[in-house]
Design a protein around this ligand. Structure first.
Ligand code: PA5
Length: 439
């Protein structure tokens, strides 16, 4: 199996073997709590077995929806916020061309996003685009009551119905929501939309391997069977293996908790290939919402290198020493680009001839890690053999499993997000929503 690995070679200055040995029993206890379902939030552990338990009829339905909508839809609008869009976007942006919006070959719709913002200009621009394109829509909300996607769906639904007529519009809408509750569930029932269920026991930020993520990823033309295969293989490694050194999720959870207890309050997830930036956005929600509570939790931050070395590199090298870095390192690119020879060498880069861009990028990565370690920043590396559906499936499951274990090590409920309600209450009060007259 071409498995992702966690490399701790650059942590030796910061973590001793004694510390790792000392935390091992605590970590195995957290793993046991997770797998036995005896911990906080144990109503939301459905994600643990999803890669193997997902009903194959769901995959078949998704594939037939892709077939049905692909010829007629140039765009597929994914309406959702937080866990209802970040996982899909992370995978799609990791796999598609950076220039996909300009280059689509028409074999699959190009995925665009809504419901993750309340910006009026955003919706104006979206509607202008939708005027000129054929499109279909997935509206995704576990609760079915979240304001941002509800507003976006009302706007887009109105546009779609005006453009195609009510009956044809309904054929172009797919709802992904709770089996029984919520306004979206009720609308979908009333309008007869095709609907996928988000299992009760899977929370939003852990739902990428349900139709929440799988439908948009398949619609974009990517292989969801391979994604699930990667997650399934990683699940085996995470669950079967109690050896901290060879179980990547346990090693990651252990290291970040040791560093946190040693005063490292910020984790920066870094990549050296920009297509992984939405993996970072998804990861930030996963860890931020799962751990940031009860006055505790590592602050998840992210940077894209080498780009951000020219904006944030100074801070990481010399600023306050409260962070550690987790670098996602990709071994093999999908494509090759040669640096052309130039006899004049006016730009002075002929010394790079004969080296691949990836070799240059890997040396930038190594040079950065060495400099940051010298500057007093612990660096952990997650090695990805390449970026494809299979390795991304592994990566997603790896992060989820480590998050569950890590949350229990912090002694919080990793599966709730009570703090998210505070802004909503104020906003509802300010906007005059019935029932929120007093705050
Ligand atoms: O992790 C979670 O459950 C949340 O962050 C949700 O993903 C987010 O709030 C969106 O909720 P919903 O899918 O109910 O619209």
């Amino acid at each position: 199996m071409n498995t992702i690995q966690v490399c701790t070679d650059y942590l030796q200055k910061f973590i001793s073997k004694k510390e790792l040995d000392a935390i091992a029993s605590e970590m195995l206890a957290a793993k046991k709590t997770l797998l036995s379902g005896s911990g906080l939030g144990n109503d939301f552990l459905g994600w643990v077995d999803l890669p193997q338990d997902l009903d194959s009829s769901i995959i078949s339905s998704i594939k037939s929806d892709v077939k049905r909508l692909t010829p007629s839809a140039q765009l597929f609008v994914v309406i959702g916020i937080g866990g209802s869009y970040l996982g899909a976007r992370a995978v799609i942006e990791a796999l598609q061309s950076e220039f996909a919006s300009m280059q689509s070959d028409g074999s699959h719709p190009y995925i665009i996003y809504a419901g993750h913002t309340l910006s009026e200009d955003y919706y104006h621009q979206l509607l202008q685009l939708l005027d000129t394109r054929d499109y279909a829509v997935a509206v995704i909300s576990k609760s079915g009551t979240t304001t941002e996607p509800a507003v976006a769906f009302r706007i887009v639904k109105g546009h779609l119905e005006k453009k195609y007529g009510k009956a044809a519009a309904a054929e172009r809408i797919i709802a992904v929501t709770d089996a029984q509750r919520g306004a979206l569930h009720d609308i979908a029932q009333q309008e007869g939309y095709r609907t996928y269920i988000i299992p009760d026991n899977v929370g939003g930020r852990f739902s990428v391997l349900t139709p929440v993520g799988l439908l948009p990823i398949a619609m974009a033309g990517y292989d969801i069977d391979r994604l699930l295969a990667g997650a399934r293989d990683m699940r085996e490694v995470c669950i079967q293996n109690d050896d901290i050194q060879s179980n990547p999720a346990l090693l990651y959870a252990a290291v970040r908790n040791i560093l946190y207890r040693n005063g490292r309050k910020v984790e920066i997830l870094e990549n050296f290939v920009p297509q992984l930036r939405y993996i970072s956005e998804w990861w930030k929600q996963l860890y931020g919402e799962s751990e940031g509570k009860d006055g505790k939790g590592i602050l998840p931050h992210s940077l894209s290198f080498t780009t951000d070395l020219h904006s944030m590199g100074q801070y990481v090298q010399d600023g306050e020493r409260s962070m550690f870095e987790t670098v996602i390192s990709v071994a093999k690119p999908t494509h090759t680009v040669n640096i052309p020879a130039d006899a004049q060498n006016l730009d002075g880069i002929n010394y790079l001839l004969g080296k691949s861009l990836t070799e240059i990028n890997h040396n930038a990565e190594l040079g950065t890690i060495m400099a940051h370690v010298d500057g007093g920043v612990p660096v952990l590396r997650i090695e990805l053999p390449t970026v494809d559906e299979y390795t991304l499936g592994q990566l997603l499951y790896f992060f989820e499993f480590a998050c569950g274990v890590s949350g229990y090590m912090l002694n919080v409920d990793p599966f709730n997000q009570p703090g998210v309600e505070a802004y909503k209450k104020n906003m509802f009060h300010l906007l005059g929503k019935p029932g929120y007259e007093k705050i």
